[in-house]
Design a protein around this ligand. Structure first.
Ligand SMILES: [Zn+2]
Ligand SMILES: [Zn+2]
Length: 147
């Protein structure tokens, strides 16, 4: 078990949540998948290895993880669904307005954003999301766009 997973579990304990096996499974899934899955996708994948898991458990666990800020929700206009993302390492997202693909962007340091925003606005910052929109390389190719 990685140190990062241990730290994430500790953050859940600190927030007062019990670490049931299924909560751990769902957290581990998000940490190892950069696919920005929906709750249904997580459920479909996990039920192969754990027959006792339910979609309700997945949803409930995702709600807890959102509260701990370990996980970020991305509401996609493309499919009208909520996608989930492990956010232990703050990053921005590039979303394709043609196919809906969500790609992680890690080449920009967002870690100071909450502090800067808090100082500027006086807000108690509870979360944030930074998104850029455009056409992904595959869609550029498909649509015959040369840049
Ligand atoms: Zn695309
Ligand atoms: Zn992401």
């Amino acid at each position: 078990m990685s140190e990062e997973f241990e730290n994430a579990l500790q953050a859940m304990r600190d927030a007062g949540y019990k670490l049931t096996p299924q909560r751990k499974e769902i957290l581990a899934y998000l940490m190892t998948h950069e696919t920005h899955p929906t709750a249904e996708m997580i459920y479909q994948d996990l039920k192969n290895q754990d027959k006792s898991i339910s979609l309700a458990t997945v949803y409930n666990t995702l709600e807890l993880l959102l509260k701990t800020q370990l996980v970020l929700a991305i509401d996609s206009d493309m499919d009208g669904k909520r996608h989930y993302d492990y956010f232990g390492h703050p990053h921005y997202h590039a979303i394709c307005t043609n196919c809906g693909r969500i790609v992680d962007g890690r080449n920009f340091d967002l870690s100071q954003l909450p502090n800067i925003a808090a100082n500027e606005t006086g807000f108690l910052i509870k979360g944030y999301e930074v998104t850029v929109e455009g056409l992904c390389p595959i869609c550029q190719e498909k649509l015959g766009i040369n840049n």
